[in-house]
Ligand binder design. Structure first.
Ligand code: BTN
Length: 259
């Protein structure tokens, strides 16, 4: 990527959004875009404000994990202020927007419940959503998206076995600017459709790999094992245990059990 201001302009020129990405802050390096976004919210950032970083020194993953953001990755935070009832949709909207943006770049990806994006079983994107709710309304939500774009995961032993990247899969460099713009375009479209009452869970489910697989889910409280039957409109996973009973799970870490 080129310098910060140029990158902001290159992305803006490719946007067809009304508000998402109309205010972009690009940084060559930050600790984590989640923190930068939170600071911007405190300073009055408008809905749709986007933070993009070339690299992160303290990238945050789900459940207290770290997220590796070396040169060649895309780290992005999108500040939204949805009605409270639309908050649960953000998980679906974000992962679906990523899958569609990646497809535009010529690569097929799938969703691993709840919101990882994978290619041939390996993780190419992670999503972390933080929000602040007070008095029955959402002060802000930050959709944090990390995509492995142009680096070789094999150069990073800590993720080499479980992760892949777009360039690795496509066998060529992928434009981070085009990918980011497409992601923001898709995200706004889905976000507005969801607020109009569109059933976003359907497309989310169609692009998901997990149902139909035998899996293990670590919820942080328990480890459940069984057959992934489906996902609900609210985004929960319905798992059939070995004894035939059903359990509905709101979030967790999924491992596919190989037969
Ligand atoms: C996960 O799969 O554990 C979620 C990873 C989320 C990573 C993104 S990169 C942009 C934003 N900034 C962060 O520090 N984390 C999220």
């Amino acid at each position: 990527m080129s310098n910060g201001h140029e990158i902001e302009t290159q992305i803006t020129n490719r946007l067809n959004t009304g508000f998402v990405g109309r205010q972009i802050y690009y940084y060559r390096q930050v600790a984590t875009t989640m923190e930068t976004a939170r600071d911007l919210v405190k300073k009055g950032a408008v809905e749709g404000t986007v933070v993009i970083a070339g690299t992160q020194t303290s990238g945050k993953g789900r459940i207290g994990r770290t997220w590796l953001s070396p040169e060649g990755s895309l780290a992005i935070s999108i500040i939204l202020k949805p009605p409270l009832k639309n908050l649960p949709h953000l998980v679906m909207i974000a992962s679906l927007a990523v899958v569609r943006a990646i497809k535009q770049a010529g690569v097929e990806a799938r969703i691993k419940w709840p919101n990882d994006v994978i290619i041939k079983g390996k993780k190419v994107c992670g999503i972390l959503i933080e929000n602040e709710v007070a008095g029955g309304s959402v002060n802000y939500a930050d959709i944090g998206i990390g995509i492995n774009v142009n680096f070789n995961p094999r150069d990073f032993p800590e993720i080499a076995d479980i992760a892949t990247s777009l360039s690795h899969e496509a066998g060529r460099q992928i434009s981070s600017v085009e990918l980011a713009a497409e992601l923001l375009n898709e995200l706004e479209r889905l976000y507005l459709e969801a607020q109009d009452g569109a059933p976003v869970h359907r497309a989310w489910r169609q692009n998901m790999e997990t149902p139909g697989k035998r899996i293990k889910v670590d919820t942080g409280i328990a480890v459940e094992q069984g057959y992934a039957e489906t996902v609900t409109e609210g985004g929960n996973l319905i798992l059939r245990r070995g004894d035939g009973s059903l359990v509905e799970i709101a979030a967790g870490d999924v491992t596919v059990i190989k037969d």
